[in-house]
Design a protein around this ligand. Structure first.
Ligand SMILES: CC(C)[C@H](C(=O)O)[C@@H](O)C(=O)O
Ligand code: SF4
Length: 473
């Protein structure tokens, strides 16, 4: 018998029951809840007269609909948004789950709050009614999104019905060049495998370049596993992970920490584990990248030119033509000639402190291009506070950026932060779908350092041309 992968180990440790056809009941350690996908789930419990099975394992925070302007205490204007946030507020209090309301400094994007507060730990199963739950896989946790009916199931039973996925290994060998970041890794992987490359798999990211990343960088990589089609993405925990976790408010303490650590150290894929699919990229070959189209797989090095539909095969030919029309681009145009009018730095992909440091390192002492609308939306109130303490906020303000409160914001435009038709944005988020940042809006995905560079020049820019010191995140 061959050894086990990290995914196999976490899975096996959580199976409550297995049917003959392989369907399993899995125990869930952490259930994260936001306002968009939970109202009907709580309503279901109420109608059935049920309680939340494990309120101590359930963490709720509003993020998608919250305003990020400094006057947000005024409340939410949009009725639908207001109703969702009010429902979460009521449900969290009625059902007694852990809750970070909108006026709590710990409020923020659910995938940033969980790790920050020490809710996310190695070896756990973590679910949330949100596709970017994969972020938590950075800790060596099995973390993925679930639908609203599953949210109700987990609330009621603390278990989830699941079938096991296959094992995929994505190895990034060697080291990254200066100016190349975790975002460039994760986009490049999707560029190589396509948005369906991970379908049916749980990905484990490994290799020297992954090992060298901070926890922030690892979260950026795992965050986009879902954009590559995978059920989840994870990274084996190591000293970097343990050091990040230790001392966080809800991490185990003292003897309990030591006991947990002993288990966490067994969480790696055995040398003789079986992989159903393996993808290898050389760290040295990864360039600072941007997306040109309307799918996260439309990735190219910033030094490249806009492709022609004829460069593709099959259904992608038509898709590329449609993407070019939507994006208002011409084949052969240099990517660095594409002018932008908006910059968004934030989201659960790149709204952590290292991301803000990387952007500020480029912006220090510089001004954004005249007429540019640029905003930084920290991923949580605590990220915001830390950035203020470190002087990063002042760098952003001096450069001409807006300095906002925490939330999802222009990542998906459920709050007033939206693009107008035809506006073009350099964004650090994870989806460039049509209309994602507002109807008719055009999105180019990239790293925080690249977004900062674009803010200065007013066009997509190779950050290496502006670098005084290497970007780290
Ligand atoms: C609103 C929510 C269900 C959605 C998701 O599942 O990812 C959102 O967070 C997104 O990024 O599109
Ligand atoms: S920041 Fe964006 S990707 Fe992340 S949870 Fe919010 S909307 Fe989804």
């Amino acid at each position: 018998m061959s050894g086990k992968t990290l995914y196999d180990k976490i899975w096996d440790a959580h199976v409550v029951q297995q049917d003959e056809d392989g369907t399993c009941l899995l125990y869930i350690d952490r259930h994260l809840v936001h306002e968009v996908t939970s109202p009907q789930a709580f309503e279901g419990l109420r109608l059935a007269g049920r309680k939340v099975r494990a309120p101590g394992r359930t963490i709720a925070v509003p993020d998608h609909n919250v305003p990020t302007t400094l006057d947000r205490a005024k409340g939410i204007e949009n009725e639908e948004s207001r109703i969702q946030v009010e429902a979460l507020d009521r449900n969290a209090r009625d059902f007694g789950v852990h809750y970070y309301p909108v006026d709590d400094v710990r409020q923020g994007i659910v995938h940033i709050v969980g790790p920050e507060q020490g809710w996310t730990l190695p070896g756990m199963t973590v679910v949330c009614g949100d596709s970017h739950t994969a972020t938590h896989g950075a800790f060596g946790a099995l973390a993925h999104g679930i639908g609203t009916s599953e949210v109700e199931h987990v609330l009621a039973t603390q278990t989830l019905i699941q079938k096991k996925s296959k094992n995929m290994k994505v190895e990034i060998t060697g080291q990254l060049a200066p100016g190349v970041t975790a975002k460039d890794i994760t986009l490049s992987v999707i560029g190589a495998t396509g948005t369906a490359g991970g379908t049916g798999y749980v990905i484990e990211y490994c290799g020297e370049a992954i090992r060298s990343l901070s926890m922030e960088g690892r979260m950026t990589v795992c965050n986009m596993a879902i954009e590559g089609g995978a059920r989840a993405g994870l990274i084996a925990p190591d000293e970097t992970t343990f050091a990040y976790v230790q001392g966080r408010p809800h991490a185990p303490k003292g003897a309990q920490f030591e006991a947990a650590l002993a288990w966490w150290k067994t969480l790696y894929s055995d040398d003789d584990a079986h992989w159903d699919k393996v993808v290898t990229l050389r760290g040295e070959d990864i360039a600072p990248v941007v997306t040109w189209g309307t799918s996260p797989e439309d990735v190219l090095p910033i030094t490249a030119a806009v492709p022609a539909p004829a460069d593709f095969k099959g259904g992608k030919v038509e898709a590329a033509q449609r993407a070019l029309d939507y994006m208002g681009l011409k084949p052969g145009q240099k990517l660095t000639d594409i002018a932008i009018d908006t910059v968004f730095i934030g989201s659960c992909t790149n709204g952590r402190i290292e991301d803000l440091r990387a952007a500020a390192a480029i912006l220090k002492g510089k001004k954004i291009k005249d007429g540019m609308r640029a905003m930084v939306v920290p991923g949580s109130g605590l990220v915001r506070a830390q950035a203020e303490e470190e002087g990063l906020a002042q760098i952003f303000l001096d450069a001409g950026f807006e300095w906002r409160l925490a939330g999802c914001s222009m990542c998906l435009a459920m709050n007033p932060d939206q693009l107008s038709p035809g506006e073009r944005c350099a964004a650090t988020s994870n989806r460039n779908f049509e209309g994602r940042q507002g109807k008719g809006g055009r999105t180019h995905l990239m790293s925080p350092a690249m977004a900062a560079a674009a803010a200065i020049t007013g066009r997509l820019t190779d950050v290496r041309d502006l670098m005084t010191e290497p970007a780290q995140a």
